[in-house]
Ligand binder design. Structure first.
Ligand code: NAD
Length: 353
């Protein structure tokens, strides 16, 4: 008998093609009357559509969301919400826009309604991040959890294929690490396996036709489940390596995830056989690490750190950093093995335990 603790987060989810049409109803259900709509500068058209649907419930649009939620942007958005008398925020976009909504909710307790348009999964977590100067601080706080999430696959039709693939692999990484998390449980494992299955089916279909609405629906469903896993359990080696490489060598976040995941899985494989069996089953392959590597390769995702700007002379320092900070992981952190992992990832070699 496996004893565990599971916290379910109480978001209301409205899912389906065209679900955006329920927005005004959902704002009313929150008991709110004036929504500040948040977006990136690139998604102003989508935000305008949201404001139109809201009609008199729209207080205004704040189109200033950017990566990593700089504190000055968060302050400007909070000031704008106060100035306009907004009593809720609607974030339409990816993790950066949801992150801005979370920063507002953290300070003001304004309820947040999220409309995700990528597969990042932030809308399902109570994790927030704020960047001051060059330093990003992350934390968990139940106040930042969106109260309502509208998943409308039609809104993801414009997500470019390359971003769909890397965002999908990022979500796959949350589910895969969730399956061997020290604080995982049977419920998060169900969500993780189903999320992996949904992405394994959807991503190859999207590679053939990025406007396939059924595949977009499957991918967004997978994103929801993988986001739940990220919100519920601790991540391990893969995420630690990605943060180390992204932070210390300024490599692109989503691409680093795509390169590292097969190698992190191979490193952990012998120490987490049950998780590997579930990942492999969800992907319909015999080996989890090789299956993820082959999927990423077939989808045209980057498979080597060299190709995404990692300097060869940074591998020793990356191995030091990865080996020295303690964090939960099925296999103990062995510097020589981590260095070998990084070399294979640098070269784009097939994963090996
Ligand atoms: P993003 O939100 O930064 O979006 C990247 C770009 O894609 C933006 O220009 C955006 O406007 C555009 N875009 C988004 N959806 C689009 C669509 N459907 N069509 C066309 N363009 C679209 O990217 P992301 O990967 O979703 O989020 C990354 C950020 O989210 C990172 O800062 C990461 O740390 C954070 N994140 C946080 C959590 C959490 O739980 N707190 C979870 C995952 C990611």
């Amino acid at each position: 008998m496996h004893s565990f603790t599971y916290t379910a987060y109480p978001a209301r989810v409205v899912f389906g093609a065209g679900a955006l049409q329920h927005l005004a109803r959902e704002i009313d259900a929150l008991g709110a009357r004036r929504a500040l709509v948040l977006c990136t500068p690139e998604q102003v058209d989508a935000a305008r559509r949201v404001a139109e649907l809201l009609g008199e419930r729209a207080a205004g649009i704040f189109p200033g969301a950017v990566m990593h939620v700089p504190i000055e942007i968060a302050r400007a958005a909070r000031a704008e919400a106060r100035r306009l008398g907004a009593d809720c925020a609607v974030a339409i976009g990816g993790g950066s826009t949801t992150g801005l909504g979370k920063a507002i909710a953290l300070d003001s307790e304004l309820p947040l309604l999220a409309i995700p348009t990528t597969y990042a999964g932030s809308e399902m977590t109570s994790i927030y991040g704020l960047t001051e100067g060059a330093v990003k601080t992350t934390g968990r706080d139940a106040r930042v959890l969106p109260r309502t999430v509208i998943y409308d696959p039609e809104l993801t039709l414009t997500l470019p294929l390359g971003m769909s693939v890397t965002s999908g692999l990022n979500a796959i990484a949350h589910a895969a690490e969730g399956l061997y998390a020290h604080d995982g449980n049977p419920i998060t494992a169900l969500m993780a396996e189903e999320g992996l299955r949904a992405f394994a089916a959807a991503l190859p279909m999207l590679a053939r036709d990025p406007r396939d609405l059924d595949a977009r629906g499957d991918a967004l469903y997978g994103a929801w489940l993988c986001g739940c896993v990220l919100g519920a359990v601790a991540m391990g080696l893969h995420h630690k390596l990605c943060h180390t490489l992204g932070g210390s060598f300024n490599l692109p976040h989503a691409e680093v995830h795509a390169v590292i995941l097969p190698h992190a899985l191979a490193y952990n494989a012998a120490h987490a056989p049950g998780a590997m069996a579930r990942i492999a089953r969800a992907l319909g392959v015999s080996d989890a690490a090789r299956g993820v590597f082959d999927l990423a390769t077939a989808l045209g995702a980057p498979t080597s750190l060299r190709a995404i700007g990692m300097p060869a002379d940074g591998l020793e320092r990356a191995a030091d950093l990865a080996a020295t900070t303690p964090y939960p992981n099925p296999r103990p952190l062995e510097r020589a093995a981590l260095r070998a992992l990084l070399q294979r990832a640098f070269d784009g070699a097939v994963p090996q335990g």
